[in-house]
Write a protein that binds this ligand. Structure first.
Ligand code: DGP
Length: 114
């Protein structure tokens, strides 16, 4: 965990967030700048900057457990389907450097993304 990372602070409850689900190792909460009627963020407790680092560092069981929370959040919080996005690095458009999956639904998504 990092003292200054905004998502670590949300995980610890130091910054308020609209929580949807919490497990010992992950948190699902609503994005403050939603791009869809349902726009969730799923973060691991582990402070890791991005997906590539997570899969390089974390045990397979932890990665699997995290992915399960992502899919369960999509299924339980939307009805017509959903999209999962994880931005990594400058070209990926990442702005918060604590791994997060965006789970978006409640409208028809366009393809390709911008
Ligand atoms: P990304 O650009 O992929 O790194 O996405 C970061 C997302 O995090 C962005 O959609 C806005 C959201 N966000 C940033 N700060 C906060 C916050 O303090 N609370 C919540 N709930 N979401 C935040």
């Amino acid at each position: 965990m990092s003292d200054t990372c905004i998502f670590c602070r949300i995980f610890r409850g130091e910054i308020p967030a609209e929580e949807v689900r919490r497990t010992p190792e992950s948190l699902v909460f609503r994005d403050t700048n939603p791009h869809a009627p349902t726009h969730l963020l799923v973060i691991p407790k582990r402070h890791v900057s991005d997906l590539g680092t997570f899969v390089a560092e974390a045990p397979a069981e932890e990665i699997g457990d995290f992915l399960k929370v992502v899919g369960e959040a999509g299924r339980s919080e939307t009805t017509g389907g959903y999209r999962v996005v994880s931005n990594e690095g400058a070209d990926g458009g990442q702005t918060v450097h604590h791994l997060h999956f965006h789970v978006m639904g409640g409208r028809k998504m366009a393809w390709p993304p911008g």
